[in-house]
Design a protein around this ligand. Structure first.
Ligand SMILES: Nc1ncnc2c1ncn2[C@@H]1O[C@H](COP(=O)(O)OP(=O)(O)OP(=O)(O)O)[C@@H](O)[C@H]1O
Ligand SMILES: [Mg+2]
Length: 866
């Protein structure tokens, strides 16, 4: 390779230090990429691949591709979305004053878990970075959203279930990036789970970051609140947190002062849901379309602030277990349900609260501009009104939230006094400090304003003195101010003027007087820009000192917003306040499916009751025709339970819910589920996990377990799973079990606690009418063929299906092998109703038939067939 330029050497050195990131190398107004990075980025982003050295032979040219500095964000966002990391290399000294090669350094590495700019983040969603540490004593997990400053940590003692718990927690937070210690990296299946199921970027991170001493020091230094919640002996959580902090400092190279509050939790505080249950219950997105519309969140999220949007997801993903805490939320929701005026006023006010959490994050991070500060002030400005609205409410939670709302009046007043209403985008060009805030700014601006007057003055005076009528004072970047004189009058130009430029019709000059004036004006301009920037930095520092209060207020607003959203949905949907306690009862009167009832367009949703307990009503086997509503009914029970434990009201006339520790939902394998995952093997793995992890207090929703294999195997598995769940000496937990194996209904009576239910349907002629009502007893028929007909399966096929069914029913399930009719003209006997023919043939002894008798018989048989 040819000799490298010093700059290329500098580039390669940086690239060497960050081989796994795409290096954005700042060159003037562009970020440039070279070599393989250039090829990759030009392909991924559809940019033109160029070269710096066109005069060299093609094989020696360096591939290059660039993006403009001012619009780099959208390019970076697209690369991050495609799963790359981007290292930003900036010029760290002013090129104008630099001697020789400009110093450059990597100022940040951006990865999916560390994006901070608003354009790369989804407003209503947290963006978590996670760190996992594992050793023989246990597994530690830490999650951090650097855009909001939230940090959560927990751990799981070593044991066969540790990894299940870990994966459930990861499934709940859905991090976009994970840094793993050596031990975590080698946990079987963990990286696959992260990559394949959560679409999360995985990195093996330096072990020293996770070392206990180092980690403890980092943790103690970083957090100013919440450390008292960390149990002394929990080293794994500390190590995970330390590793995460180390990663952040190494890649972000900036102040992370907004990450100050530490939140330790144990999984025992929340209802545990694994990823499969989350997905099949369609909590935040639908199973098939992955859309919000059609999910529980879509129905329940009427929040108005970005903080509220994020928190409601959080509450949905971790329903509570403590009836006391649940009741606290319920009372708050109750207050707001009853008071329509407060509710609506709150909704209107909340709508105007800005994203305080992320704004303060950007301020600390150093990426905020003037607009962010005014937005912060505006947001804080709405808090007094919220406090005022909440103060008459009686519930303890709303009362304490009202007290916690700190609108920081002094800070707000300072920002409002200091900044104009609509500051420009950049803080480097001035014009954002409000008049009256700084005497010096005002004075300099005065000079600038007067500058215009003075220039006009000078122009008028000069005209008079010289008698040049066709002249004016102008400005350009190269010469600064000049006097432009029309060519026809250049003979009148006085001695001392210096000619600077000739244009078509005029000459341009400068005079000493003009030069002096220029200096006064331009230096005022430079000075005011610098001063405004300095004032901005001071304001920023002042704001930074209030990080904790702002974050606290933001968190409070988020809670108010979610509670108000619960109330809004409850009032509009005619929900009731469930009674939640530690009993083992699950009693729902006229319950509805919150989402399906919203999706139905031209029919009304039929409410259904549910009663389950740990006695005679432990397990319900639900049979009924296809399309009857079995799946809907079972999910409705799970969702109502979940909503109740979130502290929300529920779609029912009344409900009594004994707290459930975990909800499992399993759907029999079929290929209508997400992307080829749903093989029988996956189904069985999930069932295995459920049987291992469920407890007496869990709620199981089993929807056609075993249908993914042959009838007998499937039925056998379904039956033994059900027996296991129902048996109080084994699992003995509340189970809803939908099946098309009507044979399983014999279990009522055989196993205590099992009851049969079916969802009623009536048959009129060849048509089914769905009643959607759940009733006691097993169903007798599946009406599968009628449903197929309803779905528009061609008549010929339907007719043939009826024939096969008849045949099967005649032969019983002992003879499931059915004759095949082929279209090749070969007609099978059985197919044509040839039972009599067969019978005659069987009874005939060929040995005693004469030829003529044989011929007659053949004729007879033929007639039978016709
Ligand atoms: N209670 C109800 N009131 C009104 N419509 C309902 C009710 N329950 C279900 N439905 C409607 O019936 C449709 C089918 O329901 P669902 O999928 O629960 O049937 P299923 O019994 O599980 O059928 P399959 O056996 O084929 O799985 C739903 O999409 C919904 O539109
Ligand atoms: Mg179903």
């Amino acid at each position: 390779m040819a000799e490298l330029t010093p700059m290329m050497k500098q580039y390669l050195e940086m690239k060497d230090r960050n081989p796994d990131s795409i290096l954005f190398f700042r060159l003037g107004d562009f970020y440039e990429m070279f070599f393989d990075d250039a090829k990759l980025v030009s392909k991924e982003l559809d940019l033109t691949l160029t070269t710096r050295d066109r005069n060299k032979p093609p094989e020696e040219r360096t591939p290059m591709c660039g993006v403009p500095y001012h619009s780099c964000e959208s390019y970076i966002a697209r690369l991050i979305a495609k799963g790359y990391k981007v290292a930003i290399c900036e010029q760290t000294e002013d090129p104008a004053t630099a001697k020789g090669l400009v110093d450059r350094d990597i100022i940040r590495i951006i990865s999916p878990g560390t994006v901070i700019s608003a354009s790369m983040l989804e407003e209503g969603k947290n963006n978590f970075l996670s760190a996992v540490y594992a050793d023989e004593s246990g597994v530690g997990l830490c999650l951090c959203d650097i855009s909001t400053g939230e940090v959560f940590a927990t751990s799981f003692p070593a044991g066969p279930e540790a990894q299940d718990h870990l994966e459930n927690e990861l499934g709940r937070f859905h991090p976009t990036e994970a840094v793993l210690s050596q031990g975590a990296w080698t946990l079987a299946g963990l990286t696959d789970f992260l990559k394949d199921r959560l679409d999360c970027m995985c990195q093996h991170w330096e072990e020293e970051g996770f070392a206990l001493d180092h980690a403890r020091e980092m943790v103690n230094k970083q957090f100013t609140a919440g450390l008292e919640t960390l149990p002394a002996g929990d080293t794994a959580a500390v190590q995970a947190t330390g590793g995460l902090l180390r990663y952040l400092y190494d890649t972000q190279k900036t102040d992370l002062g907004h990450i100050a509050a530490f939140s330790y939790y144990t999984t025992g505080q929340f209802m545990e849901l694994d990823l499969t249950a989350r997905q099949t219950l369609e909590l935040t997105e639908t199973l098939r379309g992955k859309e919000k519309k059609g999910s529980l969140l879509w129905v329940m999220d009427k929040t108005r602030t970005p903080m509220g949007h994020r928190l409601i997801r959080g509450w949905m993903e971790r329903p509570l277990l403590s009836p006391v805490q649940i009741a606290r939320r319920q009372q708050a929701v109750g207050d707001l349900v009853e008071d329509i005026i407060t509710r609506e006023e709150l909704t209107l006010t909340l709508r105007e609260v800005t994203d305080l959490e992320r704004l303060i994050g950007r301020v600390v991070y150093g990426t905020a501009g003037g607009r962010d500060l005014t937005a912060l002030a505006t947001g804080l400005g709405k808090l007094p009104r919220i406090r005022e609205l909440l103060s008459p409410c009686s519930s303890a939670l709303l009362q304490s939230l009202a007290e916690q709302l700190d609108d920081l009046p002094e800070l707000r007043e300072l920002l409002q006094r200091a900044l104009v209403d609509e500051p420009p985008f950049s803080v480097r060009e001035g014009k954002f400090i409000r008049e009256g805030y700084s005497e010096e700014v005002d004075r300099l601006r005065n000079v600038m304003d007067h500058g215009a007057d003075m220039l006009a003055d000078l122009e008028a005076r000069t005209k008079e003195q010289t008698g040049i009528k066709n002249m004016k004072v102008g400005y350009n970047k190269v010469f600064g101010y000049y006097i432009e004189v029309a060519k026809s009058q250049t003979n009148l130009v006085p001695e001392g003027w210096v000619r600077k430029q000739t244009t078509v019709n005029s000459e341009r000059y400068i005079s000493q007087e003009l030069k002096d004036l220029e200096h006064t004006i331009l230096s005022a301009q430079d000075k005011v820009v610098a001063l405004e920037y300095q004032l901005f930095c001071e304001l920023k520092d002042t704001v930074c000192r209030h990080v904790t209060q702002v974050q606290k207020s933001a968190a409070t607003v988020a809670q108010v917003d979610v509670l108000n959203s619960f109330a809004t949905v409850a009032a509009a949907g005619n929900y009731c306040m469930p009674q939640v306690d530690n009993s083992s009862v699950l009693n729902i009167v006229e319950g509805r499916h919150p989402v399906v009832e919203k999706m139905l367009k031209d029919s009304l949703f039929v409410p259904n009751d549910t009663h389950m307990d740990d006695g005679d009503d432990l397990c319900a086997i639900i049979t009924g025709p296809n399309m009857a509503g079995k799946s809907t009914y079972m999910r409705q029970v799970a969702l109502i339970t979940l909503m109740a434990q979130m502290g929300s009201f529920v779609p029912a006339k009344s409900a009594h819910i004994g707290v459930v520790d975990r909800v499992f939902t399993r759907i029999g394998a079929s290929d209508d589920l997400s992307a080829g995952q749903s093989t029988f093997m996956v189904e069985m793995t999930e069932v295995a996990q459920l049987l291992k992890n469920a407890t007496r207090r869990s709620l199981l929703i089993l929807d056609e377990i075993g249908r993914g294999t042959s009838t007998y195997d499937g039925m056998a598995i379904a039956r033994s799973v059900l027996e296991y769940c129902a048996d109080k000496r084994r699992l003995g937990c509340k189970t809803l079990f939908a099946t098309h194996y009507h044979e399983l209904t014999v279990l009522e009576g055989e196993i205590p606690g099992v009851k049969n239910y079916n969802i009623a349907a009536k048959k009129r002629k060849d048509q089914v009418i769905f009643l959607r009502k759940i009733v006691r007893g097993g169903a007798d028929q599946s009406y599968g063929i009628e449903v197929a007909q309803l779905a528009g399966v061609p008549d010929r096929v339907i007719k043939r299906a009826r024939e096969i069914l008849k045949e099967l029913e005649a032969g019983g399930v002992e003879r499931p092998v059915v004759s095949v009719r082929e279209d090749s003209g070969q007609v099978s006997l059985g197919d044509l109703g040839g039972e009599t023919v067969l019978k005659k043939l069987r009874m005939t002894d060929v040995n005693i038939l004469s030829p003529i008798e044989a011929l007659n018989l053949l004729n007879e048989l033929k007639q039978d067939l016709n």
